[in-house]
Ligand binder design. Structure first.
Ligand code: PYC
Length: 317
């Protein structure tokens, strides 16, 4: 483990309820010519810092961290590697909206469109005068339709495996209802599904772990088309409608003929917040767009006291 820094400067925000912690300084930059190489370095050498920034006692399991790195493609404004209570992500839709609002808050970005490098590829974000952010994500696709997985205590669950910057299993269950008061039960059943997918060897491309499970259901808001509950890779659920999850969901709907290119899909989250999404067909790929809002909530300095036995955090589950 490298010598830890004494201080890490961060800006916190939330995007439609889901928190993002952007690391501005104090974290040693990972080496690597590509974002994937840099993420591998973080996984290998910097995992204690990941826990120290997002896990308890400084954070909690719903926080997504975002380490800013120098860009790797010409014209990109920054690179970003997202991380959470258990590891590192390919892309993060809510997190990207948080990053651009943070850059704007810091005076590092104007209104308009920017390119940002992520391990999943280069994405774009457009910030409007009123703060609405539109993310142009990496291409999304349906990978496996109507997969069946045997889940202990639940029987056979059928769903789609789709990619939207992360890997998702997308399904609907008769119960529990997609209600915040059922949060613990929803976490239990989606975790059981995720474990069963792993046991059953059901994966994304090249054996990629399906680490997000997305339950869909009817909307409660009049301006929404569907409501969701999304289990994130660790112990938390997404408080926002999940940008990469909405991208994957739209690819699944599109493959079933239930969403045309350009048609709006308004995705409500378990907390009642909303993303508006749509797909664009480009060179044989489906490019998802996600619109939402983020708000900066604090700017602070995390202190790493060498005598603190919990300075590198811990994940309770
Ligand atoms: O918005 O893509 C997203 C996301 C992934 C995990 C948490 N949020």
């Amino acid at each position: 483990m490298r010598q830890p820094p004494g201080e890490i400067e961060v800006v916190d925000s939330h995007t439609e309820g889901e928190p993002t912690r952007v690391v501005l300084s104090g974290w040693p930059q990972p080496e690597g010519a590509t974002m994937l190489q840099r993420r591998a370095v973080l996984e290998r050498d910097h995992d204690a810092l990941r826990r120290g920034v997002v896990c308890e006692p400084r954070g909690h399991d719903a926080i997504v961290g975002a380490l800013l790195t120098p860009p790797v493609t010409p014209g990109a404004v920054t690179g970003v590697i997202f991380f959470n209570d258990v590891g590192y992500l390919g892309m993060c839709g809510h997190g990207l909206i948080g990053v651009v609002r943070t850059l704007q808050f810091l005076g590092r970005m104007e209104i308009g469109r920017v390119a940002i490098d992520t391990p999943a590829g280069t994405v774009h974000a457009d910030v409007a005068q009123d703060g609405l952010v539109t993310v142009e994500n990496v291409p999304a696709r349906l990978h496996l339709a109507d997969v069946q997985v045997e889940v202990p205590g639940m029987g056979r669950v059928r769903g789609d495996v789709a990619y939207g910057g992360n890997w998702f299993f997308i399904t609907e269950l008769a119960e529990p209802a997609l209600d915040l008061t059922n949060g613990k039960e929803l976490l239990r059943v989606t975790t059981a599904i995720r474990d069963a997918l792993k046991r059953g060897g059901i994966t994304g491309d090249d054996g990629a772990l399906i680490d997000h499970v997305e339950l869909g259901g009817p909307p409660r808001r009049e301006d929404a088309d569907g409501r969701n509950f999304v289990l994130c890779p660790g112990a938390a659920y997404d408080r926002s409608p999940c940008g990469t999850g909405t991208s994957a969901k739209m690819a699944s709907l599109h493959a079933r003929g239930a969403l045309q290119a350009g048609e709006r899909w308004r995705q409500e989250s378990i907390t009642g917040s909303l993303f508006t999404g749509w797909l664009e067909e480009r060179d044989g790929a489906l490019v998802p767009y996600i619109q939402g809002r983020a708000y900066v909530t604090s700017r602070s300095t995390l202190l790493f006291d060498a005598d603190d036995p919990f300075r590198f955090g811990f994940a309770p589950t």
